[in-house]
Design a protein around this ligand. Structure first.
Ligand code: NIG
Ligand code: FE
Length: 415
């Protein structure tokens, strides 16, 4: 993708084969509503001052006076800019050596327990410094944009000390991302002797004051070998009192009380859910907590897929995200996640689209402005190089994204 120069304040995307957008105005979408997508054939999208002002059929295109840039949509279809509501994109280094070890039989949890895994990325991230991290996130941000992601969240959690955690949050914010504080991601080596309770104490005393000024949400890794339910509760309650939205990494490997805690504390989301059983599905269906499903992570680690079909059919709100990180999901592509959703999670293309647009925007508190192509929404548009929008999920691993528009300006186009 090559960046294109910015144009005038009005952009007309014309002669599109299709425009597809989640139906209605509600968020989050649940049950049958998750599969309702409005499709206009032979369509245009008019963007003015960074917002969508009109979407319609070409035959209804009004006469436009004054300066208007035009983008030719022939042979292409448009969907809302994709929203990645769960990434760890602010990291330095890589874990390609561990990837090879896993291919030879080592497990993710074994590598973590042996001081690798998350802690190996912590070492690289601490060593990179703030400028090194900026460069890394800029690179990762270009990958995400080229894959159609116009809004992304990114977590800290690779610093685990005050300076690096806050640096990660600043770097995410300055890159236009939505920062989430994941201080309780792993136990750093300097707390090996004192233990997890002492580390949580340190986080809340020394890091939370700065983190709550930079982040919108707090997240915790509630899992065997990470933090238990009591430690997660203590961390999340303090974060909530400091004004942060609550999220959890839960039920990735084991059911350790994350669903119950998320519901009790009124968390915005619980993410992963690969190990969630029937009771967890039923509990989530009766709650306002969105289940964020990360099939690229399950695939990358060779783990069971989350019970997506059961969650949707029971009426739970779900979203889809990449989990982009160097260890468990080295994947920035939401189109690939949509393909996995349709082939592995038994969702329809329409459900997949809604889950990584409007429902992901809901997780990030932005459903009023993002995730739909409708008047008043931010003019974030992805043009797919196909005349049927379902190629978004259909073209497995394909270069399906043709042109990306953000805030009404072309920010990426396939050369
Ligand atoms: O969502 N599970 C914990 N955290 C990340 C992985 C981070 C890493 O391995 O670097 C996840 O999978
Ligand atoms: Fe994650």
């Amino acid at each position: 993708m090559t960046p294109a120069p910015s144009g005038p304040a009005r952009l007309l995307i014309r002669d599109l084969a299709q425009v597809a957008s989640p139906a209605g105005r509600a968020a989050p979408l649940r049950g049958a509503s998750l599969g309702e997508v409005d499709v206009v054939e032979g369509a245009f999208v008019l963007c003015e001052d960074g917002r969508v002002s009109q979407v319609g059929a070409m035959r209804d295109l009004p006469g436009l006076d004054g300066e208007v840039a035009e983008l030719d949509g022939r042979g292409r279809s448009a969907v809302p800019g994709l929203v990645d509501c769960h990434t760890h994109a602010c990291f330095a280094g890589d874990r390609v050596d561990e990837f090879s070890l896993r291919a030879a039989g080592a497990t993710y949890e074994e590598l973590h327990a042996a001081g690798g895994g998350i802690l190996s990325t912590v070492r690289a991230t601490r060593a990179a410094g703030e400028e090194g991290l900026r460069a890394a996130l800029e690179r990762h941000g270009e990958w995400m944009l080229a894959a159609g992601t116009t809004t992304f969240e990114a977590k800290s959690g690779y610093g685990l000390d005050r300076e690096t955690e806050l640096a990660q949050l600043r770097v995410v914010r300055d890159a236009g991302g939505i920062p989430t504080w994941l201080g309780a991601h792993a136990l750093p080596p300097e707390f090996e002797d004192e233990g997890r309770d002492a580390y949580v104490e340190f986080l809340l005393r020394d890091v939370l004051p700065g983190a709550s000024a930079l982040a919108e949400a707090a997240d915790v890794f509630l899992e065997r070998g990470a933090f238990d339910a009591a430690q997660a509760r203590r961390y999340l309650e303090a974060c909530r009192d400091a004004g942060l939205v609550l999220r959890l990494h839960g039920d990735q490997f084991t059911e350790s009380g994350a669903v119950e805690l998320a519901i009790e504390l009124g968390a915005r989301s619980i993410d992963h859910l690969e190990a969630t059983g029937r009771d967890g599905v039923a509990a989530l269906a009766g709650s306002d907590v969105t289940g964020v499903l990360l099939p690229a992570s399950a695939l990358f680690l060779g783990r069971p897929m989350p019970p997506a079909r059961a969650l949707v059919d029971a009426g739970a709100a779900i979203a889809l995200a990449t989990d982009f990180n160097p260890g468990s999901a080295f994947c920035e592509s939401l189109p690939l996640v949509c393909a996995l959703a349709c082939t592995q999670l038994r969702l329809s293309p329409a459900e997949a689209l809604c889950a990584c647009t409007v429902n992901a925007a809901h997780v990030l508190g932005r459903a009023e402005r993002k995730g739909r192509l409708a008047p008043g929404f931010d003019a974030d548009v992805v043009l797919l190089g196909a005349d049927d929008w379902r190629y978004l999920a259909y073209h497995l691993g394909g270069a399906v994204v043709d042109t990306v528009v953000r805030d009404g300006r072309i920010v990426g186009a396939r050369a």
